[in-house]
Design a protein around this ligand. Structure first.
Ligand SMILES: [Zn+2]
Length: 262
């Protein structure tokens, strides 16, 4: 999920640049081909069902050789790529500590921070596994208008890495706000989300974790868990609220529900 949901003019220049101009260097990165090198044990014991070639097409799903020190970050997969529209697979708990899974997690964190974003799911780097990462920082929040921060109940939290997350709503209270996605960059839409959720799963060491979250963090968790089921925010947005970031502040169409908690 994108980090910034605010009036573009309030953004400092470097952030503006990063949010509104896709750097050519990112566009020009060539994804490496999906390689399963049988000489590499890390590859052979990892289970993947290549259901379709689309996984290959999207895939950054390989162990890079040791001479790839100057590693490029994986591309963020964009809407339309089938990997974003299909359910991801559970990570085998016995594989969590493997070099491959640890590298996927590191890549996800780096890609999220580089974007910048407050959340990322593995399918967004072409990996069809149930892994999410999320983080919201004081710095990101400082760019948002105070009234938005308050209405959204947005508070910073440290990096979370969750494998095989299971999400449960903890109340029937919901809230409607604009949200965006790194896989649908340049756009926003209003999505109704639960205000309180609980997520259980495994951390990057394979230990059970439980997160109780509210407000914006709960929204991020729902957004990222949806990715693992092949659901983008545009699949559940409030109709007629979809718009470009530049049009974010324009009034909602008649008949649209009011933003805020319900
Ligand atoms: Zn997203």
């Amino acid at each position: 999920m994108e980090a910034l949901h605010l009036r573009p003019l309030l953004l400092p220049n470097p952030i503006l640049k990063r949010v509104f101009q896709t750097p050519l260097s990112i566009l020009s990165i060539t994804r490496p081909q999906l390689l399963f090198n049988n000489n590499n044990n890390n590859n052979t014991n990892f289970t993947i069902t290549p259901k379709t070639l689309t996984v290959r097409r999207a895939g950054w799903f390989l162990g890079l050789s040791d001479n790839s020190k100057k590693m490029k970050l994986p591309d963020i997969v964009k809407a339309g790529d089938p990997v974003l529209h299909e359910a991801a697979q559970e990570v085998d708990p016995n594989e969590i500590r493997s070099e491959r899974v640890q590298k996927i997690i590191d890549d996800m964190v780096n890609v999220m921070r580089n974007a910048p974003g407050v959340g990322l799911a593995a399918p967004q780097i072409g990996v069809p596994l149930r892994i999410i990462v999320l983080e919201d920082t004081k710095e990101y929040i400082s760019y948002a208008p105070k009234e938005d921060i308050k209405a959204q109940d947005r508070q910073p939290f440290d990096l979370l890495v969750i494998l095989n997350p299971k999400l449960e709503k903890k109340s029937n209270r919901t809230a409607l706000f604009f949200e965006g996605c790194l896989s649908v960059d340049g756009f926003r839409a209003v999505v109704e989300r639960h205000r309180e959720v609980e997520v259980t799963g495994l951390d990057r060491n394979g230990e059970p974790i439980k997160i109780t979250a509210s407000g914006w963090q709960a929204r991020i968790l729902q957004h990222e868990c949806d990715h693992l089921d092949g659901t983008l925010y545009v699949d559940k947005m409030v109709p007629k609220t979809f718009r470009t970031v530049e049009n974010l502040e324009l009034p909602l169409a008649q008949g649209c529900p009011k933003l805020g908690p319900r």
